[in-house]
Design a protein around this ligand. Structure first.
Ligand code: ADP
Ligand code: G6P
Length: 737
């Protein structure tokens, strides 16, 4: 949290539909119960770094007006919370209606349950507006605002409109669906535009990030660059932050004497039976009926397991006013009754169905005693139960059966992964899980537990807030167009009156187009003639500065009297010379130690990737990651590494599914720097390049030089840009006139 550490006086406003305090009214007085665990705990851990408070709905429908001040005072004083009061009608339509009757099913791939009611949409807009007004009552310049979840997707743009310079982050806790689903929503553009009011938008998994980016492109026609969208002249970073849990709280719970007592009680009730556990809100996305049917099928297929196993299904009542939830409740009740009726025997009830919320000290013994956790949602943004189970099994035993459509499956690949619609696969998974030797259980769980510990809830919040704090700073200015008659004229004037000129030209993408097969990009005759004419100009030295190897540059351009810099600066051949000089290898001490923490961040945030340490290099391998996520992260890593390695002899090599950082003691920047030092009287310096490696070259130039980026609208430290290699040739031609 370096960035936030530097800004202790900075305030953080958390905004979510619910406050992290559960409030009850018993007809006489209000009772307050702070929520523990998850977001609430992690955010409260930030309190010594940032001044913060939380805004959200009061949690009670129909609070009498005269009770508002009581709630406001109590919540502000005790919990740093600011309650928002909503009329009964607006709340019902916004929460039960649009949020849970439209967005929730649609975003979880249940379009058949989603209804598109304009009245409910209007209430959703109205409530988001009420939230934005409440925020404006307290928001001060310099504050950071962090908005959570699908109830408040219009809020970022509403705040942005009222305070354009505000720093706004948004995190979606549910899946972001593919474009084909999103397009069904009549207000899809409004939702996207609402979110784009943020500076940083976070999702649990890379597939949600990808779906969001592609929807923005298809619906608003706006593309992205390494996950950064430029919209209404602002840059919006879109990134993946898999939510973690408070691992210590779950892992250390077995030391709590109360929990030990509960555990022993439970053990007595369960006896010798093996335990399969599931824990969810009673929600149609959780696959509860499919799971029960799979258990029934398991008992049918494996009669020897009858009377030896119990299935504990813990369901919390949820959104009980929404019709789909009511009918699910009925279905589950009936199914449990039927299966228990069919298989139950005196002394053995196959399914223990608990329809209630349990406090922490009763939930943990269930996790601890479960031999198998069946976490098989049909679709889930993340699913924390899977993580809580693994963390609670402090002896490292237990088998997690996990649905491939839960966000958590991206990080918990060693679990038994199943398709939750495949009843046979689930029944087979149960058989495998119940028969799995303890060593195998431990071997599978160990890497998952380690991952949970590294990327826990605090790390998640730090990571998000750090990126948010830095978000607007990354906007480096865009180069202006050299086509502009004035600047072009100035460049020509300056060149013609110079006594000593130095010109550095990248090759691929600058003098030649980028083509599929790099071997075919040999210089055409027109280019060779152009280069010859440049060299012929009195007191002008021209260098080709390329990442290509020495041999190919020698073959293609060696017979011109032009300077050549190959291998990103590793080999230099001065103009009018036939001798190549290799840069000396100079090992930098300590660079690996400085880079490893950065690479570890990428390992943690990119499930499946690995860090390899070699004698003179570090390699980040991403062959085993989700392919799209791997390549996006690779680009980001290179971006991050570039600022780190500028002006050092380190080199980044992007191989097949691997990024390697080597001490090559060579970079384009260093080579250019060396040449500049040998020509201190150069009074006209021009560098042109299209590639990220050319940024080093631009950076090495003294002030007053001309630097030109090839590629329109791209970020660069160059002063000017040209659109294509053809424009570069035209400009160089003009110099020769
Ligand atoms: P969702 O956010 O969709 O409900 P998650 O699995 O991400 O699903 O989070 C559920 C949270 O609710 C977990 O922290 C879990 O411990 C808690 N939980 C679920 N069911 C119960 C229950 N019956 N009693 C107590 N806590 C529960
Ligand atoms: C999911 C949502 C949360 C929500 C929670 C409980 O996790 O992402 O935003 O708070 O479910 O649902 P509820 O409707 O009871 O707030």
């Amino acid at each position: 949290m370096e960035e936030a550490d530097n800004q202790k006086n900075r305030r953080l406003l958390i905004v979510s539909n619910r406050l992290p305090v559960h409030i009850d009214y018993d007809g006489n007085r209000f009772n307050y119960q702070p929520s523990v665990g998850g977001l609430a705990t992690s955010i409260s851990n930030l309190q010594d770094k940032l001044e913060m408070f939380w805004l959200g709905w009061s949690g009670i429908r129909d609070v009498e007006k005269e009770h508002h001040p009581i709630l406001i005072n109590a919540l502000r004083k005790e919990y740093n919370c600011l309650p928002i009061f909503l009329s009964r009608d607006a709340f019902d339509k916004y929460y039960d209606g649009f949020s849970n009757g439209c967005l929730w099913p649609l975003f979880h791939y249940f379009p058949q349950y989603a209804h598109y009611d304009p009245g409910e949409w209007n209430s959703y807009v109205e409530v988001n507006q009420i939230f934005s007004e409440k925020i404006m009552d307290v928001l001060q310049p310099g504050d950071m605002v962090w908005i959570h979840d699908y109830h408040l997707m219009l809020l970022p743009a509403m705040i942005r409109e009222k305070m354009p310079e505000a720093k706004i982050g948004f995190f979606l806790h549910i899946p972001f669906p593919s474009f084909e689903l999103l397009r069904m929503l009549p207000w899809r553009e409004d939702i996207l535009q609402g979110l784009l009011g943020s500076d940083l938008i976070g999702f649990h998994s890379y597939s949600y990030t990808r779906h969001f980016l592609s929807s923005v492109l298809r619906l608003l026609g706006v593309d992205h660059d390494f996950g950064t969208i430029t919209y209404n002249d602002r840059n919006i970073k879109v990134d993946t932050f898999p939510l973690g849990i408070d691992v210590n709280r779950f892992t250390n719970a077995h030391q709590d004497p109360n929990i030990q007592v509960e555990f022993e009680d439970l053990k007595k009730k369960i006896g010798d039976h093996k335990v399969i556990l599931s824990v969810d809100r009673l929600d149609f996305t959780k696959g509860i009926t499919e799971r029960l049917l799979a258990f029934e099928s398991f008992l049918d297929q494996n009669p020897t397991w009858q009377e030896k196993v119990v299935f504990i299904s813990l369901c919390v009542p949820s959104r009980v006013r929404v019709p789909e939830y009511q009918s699910l409740k009925q279905q589950v009740d009936e199914l449990v009754g039927r299966i228990n009726g069919r298989f139950g025997k005196p002394g053995w009830t196959p399914i223990w169905y608990l329809y209630r919320s349990l406090p922490f000290d009763k939930l943990i013994p269930l996790y601890q005693i479960a031999d198998v956790a069946m976490v098989t949602p049909l679709r889930d943004g993340m699913n924390l139960v899977a993580k809580e189970y693994l963390a609670s099994k402090s002896d490292g035993n237990g088998v997690l059966v996990l649905s491939e459509t839960a966000g958590a499956a991206h990080e918990l690949g060693e679990a038994i992964i199943i398709n939750p619609y495949d009843q046979k696969a689930m029944s087979d998974a149960l058989f495998k899980a119940l028969n799995m030797p303890v060593e195998d259980q431990k071997r599978r769980n160990q890497p998952m537990r380690k991952r949970l510990r590294r990327y826990d809830i605090n790390r998640w919040a730090d990571d998000f807030l750090n990126q948010l704090a830095m978000s607007q700073r990354q906007d480096s200015p865009k180069p202006s167009e050299i086509e502009d008659g004035y600047w072009r004229g100035q460049l020509m004037k300056s060149f013609h009156k110079s006594k000593q000129s130095l010109i550095f030209l990248d090759y691929d993408g600058t003098l030649m187009p980028i083509i599929k097969n790099p071997q075919d990009a040999f210089p055409d005759d027109v280019l060779k003639e152009l280069l010859k004419s440049l060299i012929d100009i009195k007191n002008t030295s021209v260098y080709i500065v390329s990442g290509r190897d020495r041999e190919i540059l020698q073959t293609w351009l060696g017979n011109l009297n032009i300077g050549l810099i190959a291998g990103h600066g590793a080999h230099i051949k001065p103009p009018f010379s036939q001798t190549w000089r290799d840069k000396e290898y100079s090992s930098l001490n300590g660079w690996k130690g400085q880079l490893i923490p950065l690479l570890e961040v990428y390992v943690d945030r990119t499930p499946g990737s690995e860090l390899e340490e070699k004698t003179f290099a570090l390699a980040w391998h991403y062959r085993k990651t989700e392919p799209d996520m791997g390549s996006l992260r690779a680009k980001e890593l290179i971006n991050d590494l570039e600022s780190f390695i500028a002006n050092t002899p380190l080199q980044i090599l992007h191989g097949k599914k691997v990024i390697e950082i080597k001490d090559s003691s060579a970079s384009k920047g260093n080579a250019v720097h060396e040449i500049l030092e040998a020509k201190p009287d150069a009074d006209f310096i021009l560098a042109i390049g299209d590639d990220v490696t050319d940024e080093d070259m631009f950076e090495a130039l003294p002030s007053g030089s001309w630097s030109i980026k090839v590629g329109e609208g791209e970020q660069s430290i160059a002063n000017y840009f040209l659109s294509s290699h053809e424009d570069v040739r035209v400009l160089l031609n003009e110099l020769t006139q």
